[in-house]
Design a binder for this molecule. Structure first.
Ligand code: ASP
Ligand code: MG
Length: 421
């Protein structure tokens, strides 16, 4: 049996943090598959670089230099020996980006994005793996693109489960030995059948960990975070948060669906299907229990959870001639939503209008609204909040909606939702 660990960007954001990852791993004298994200905010920085290259907005080379210096700084903090092979390896890894940006973009934005942004995970795992080997935590670095096989839907690739399972099962167990029981690999990235790099969507490293665990029939997955576990609200919006100690897969899926950002929404299914428990624990205080997510449902109702989505737009759509909004209209509206890649956070229909609540996007929201206005009468409201309360009671609701102007309210047995200003 082996365990799968996932360390996110914050857990490898500087040399000190990487050293701490080594300490956490050393607490476990057993086979581990360790999935790691890009360091700190590298993914954002590489996204910016892709935009500069593709749309010729800013100077790409300046942005590339920043990402380089950030990684070199971390390596300087980890390796005394400045002639260590890792400095050359990382230099060569950056050459992959340099090649990509040397010429004019030939292919789609999404393709280019995946080829460049994926490098963040390659850099971080190479550095962490080399550092751990250096301090005698022997490990194997494996390229996730030799494991995670996907279709070629760049930026949100779909997993080829059959191939991925074969590759994972035929490669990981055989490299684990008593003298070298740790495998280090990248989150977030995979490869298409044509062998191009793909990515699984932002924050997709949790999903990567779940995929590997599923394919290996792992004993458990642990997501190491800078918080003590899953909280009942984001401390950014809520002052006295409480920790959820033990919740069900179902509850975790619901929370992720409504927008809780602690774990990636796709993470749960592969684990639930094989009944693999998921722990969310603090890399700063690894001795704490953290949150456990498995089949147990008794804990779900104990504490109300609050999920806040800010910067929402509520759009109400009605027919220009006062007729009903019927299925034909809805299917047209939904295909427009899907064409713009817009996710509906909440919807509500009434006799002559249909309302949706979506995240505001400076690029697509107004375009989408203008498109709708060709066929419909459209009203919209910006700068709203969408609040979801799971396992609510009247007192918690009062607290959330105090002094707010409610535009939409929806309640089911376990969930209350408010669009408000
Ligand atoms: N590095 C990627 C991101 O920031 C994947 C992840 O961290 O899960 O979105
Ligand atoms: Mg992350």
């Amino acid at each position: 049996m082996l365990k799968v660990f996932k360390f996110g960007g914050a857990s490898v954001k500087d040399a000190q943090a990487v050293k701490n990852v080594g300490k956490v791993i050393q607490l476990y004298d057993e086979p581990l598959v360790v999935v790691i994200s890009a360091m700190g905010k590298t993914t954002n920085a590489l996204e910016e670089l892709v935009n500069a290259y593709y749309f010729k907005k800013n100077d790409v080379n300046v942005l590339l230099e920043k990402v380089k210096q950030f990684h070199v700084g971390i390596m300087n903090g980890l390796f005394e020996n400045k002639n260590h092979q890792i400095f050359t390896d990382i230099h060569n890894t950056f050459v992959e980006i340099e090649w990509e940006i040397e010429e004019e973009p030939q292919r789609t934005y999404d393709y280019v994005y995946d080829q460049i942004v994926s490098v963040g995970e390659l850099l971080s795992t190479k550095i962490v793996s080399a550092y751990l080997n250096e301090i005698n935590i022997n490990n194997h670095w494996i390229d996730a693109r030799a494991l995670i096989q996907t279709d070629n839907t760049y930026r949100k690739a779909n997993i080829d489960w059959k191939l991925t399972t074969e590759l994972v099962q035929s490669s990981i167990p055989k490299v684990i030995t008593t003298g070298n029981k740790y495998v280090i690999t990248q989150g977030f990235i995979g490869a298409s059948s044509e062998n191009f790099t793909t990515t699984l969507g932002r924050e997709g490293s949790d999903f990567s960990a779940a995929i590997l665990a599923h394919c290996l029939g792992a004993e458990s997955v642990t997501i190491w975070k800078d918080v003590p576990g899953m909280l009942n609200a984001d401390p950014k919006w809520f002052d006295d948060t409480q920790q959820l100690e033990h919740i069900s897969y179902h509850e975790a899926v619901e929370l992720a669906y409504y927008g809780a950002t602690v774990i990636h929404p796709k993470t749960i299914k592969p684990l639930q299907n094989k009944k693999i428990p998921l722990y969310v624990k603090s890399f700063l205080e690894p001795a704490l229990k953290g949150t456990l997510i498995d089949e147990y449902t008794e804990g779900d109702k104990l504490i109300p959870s609050f999920i806040f989505k800010m910067d929402q737009v509520l759009i109400s759509i009605s027919a220009k001639d006062y007729s009903f909004i019927v299925e034909d209209n809805l299917s047209q509206i939904f295909s427009q939503l899907s064409a713009h890649n817009i996710t509906v956070n909440l919807m509500q229909n009434a006799a002559i209008s249909f309302s949706i609540c979506i995240d505001f996007s400076p690029f697509t929201t107004m375009k989408f609204i203008e498109e709708l206005q060709q066929d419909y009468h459209v009203l919209y409201n910006k700068s709203l909040e969408l609040v979801t309360v799971r396992h609510y009671d009247e007192a918690t609701i009062k607290r959330v909606i105090a002094n707010k102007n409610i535009l939409v309210e929806q309640k089911s047995r376990n969930t209350a939702r408010f669009v408000m200003k």
